[in-house]
Write a protein that binds this ligand. Sequence first.
Ligand code: PLP
Length: 416
Amino acid sequence: PSREDVYYYGAGPAPLPTPVLEEASKVILNYNDSGMGIAEISHRSADANAILAKAQSGLRQLLDIPESDGPDGYQILFLHGGGSGEFSAVVYNMVSVWIAKQLKAVGGDETKLAEVVQQKLKMDYLVTGSWSLKASQEAARLVGGEHVNIVTDARKHRDGKFGLVPDKSTWNVTSDNDSCTFTYYCDNETVDGVEFPSPPSGHNLVADMSSNFLSRAVDVKKHAVIFGGAQKNVGTTGITIAIIKNEFLPPHAEYADPKVLRKLGLPSGPIVLDWPTIAKNNSLYNTLPIFDVWIAGQVMERLLAMHPASGGARIAGQENESNQKAHLLYSALDNNPTVYSVVPDKTARSRMNICFRIKGGDADAEKAFLKGAEAKGLLGLKGHRSVGGIRCSNYNAVPIAAAEKLAAYLQDFAKA
Ligand code: PLP
């Protein structure tokens, strides 16, 4: 089939808007009439710097990211290593800042510091799906399980399976802010179809927004760090975006000397995940895939155009569209309750990853559904291998027409 014949609802790499792909196919060959393709230009060139600045400015406008050199401003970094790389980077960097602060508090006494680490170091994780679970496991691998505090494990509230955000009254939060290095959550759980209705509160809040980035407004100021891989809603696989509050970057924060960390048995991360190094070099510490940044900049330009008003977050146009598409699909599912059952609880349904079962998980019915969908050019609907079922990933590049076509198929299949 040709591109116009199919709609793709895969979890990522996600499709890109066709006009972006058409333009990309031209610049791959010849960027800006330079005779050189964009993937060939140096990341140190003026062109590359302009591409980077455009993507940073687009993101700032879309999410209304505070820009100042003071501790309350935020920097935008482009990194390697994907969302998984940031699972580790969050731990390396936030723990390093915490240790430097504690060392100061004990007047530089390293023996006392070792005691403080044993007694106080905690990282709070809200486990609401398989990605936040993985992130918490990485923290335990790097620093030790005794320092990971599971604020909530959603499986314990629902027959051992993910599918909701437990009520806040049940959370076990580290109450001493001086102990709590950060509070981590995954805003949208891609595999389980669970999305936070609104951000939780927490000390030094860190959010993984890999699979719902740029699909709704976010109160950036509530967060210490927001990160996400580009490959779902922002562009091509290869860059990870991190929005980091200046309070956690030099000169506003000190980082612990790796020698001190080593003595404490704590890790210091690889230089490519070291936020201060990446920030100091405006994301160009090492070779950045400029083509991926260019794609992200093009996607952002299109999102900005959907909501041309100035002032405030300019993501509202895309947010409306995301809500509209999710509503179409969930309505088609809810209208046929004898055939379809949505996996997560109604209170935490993801607008991005719509996970459901057919006839309670009947293998033949689900196979028939996928086969029928494929015949209509509706691709990528198989659920994640770990949970099965059907998953429709409803990312930004999926047009409303695609949601309408899938909603119509859901109705037809149920009738048949
Ligand atoms: N976080 C979420 C929410 C994801 O959906 C994914 C991947 O799908 C990841 C993290 C891991 O991202 P990566 O594969 O870029 O390491």
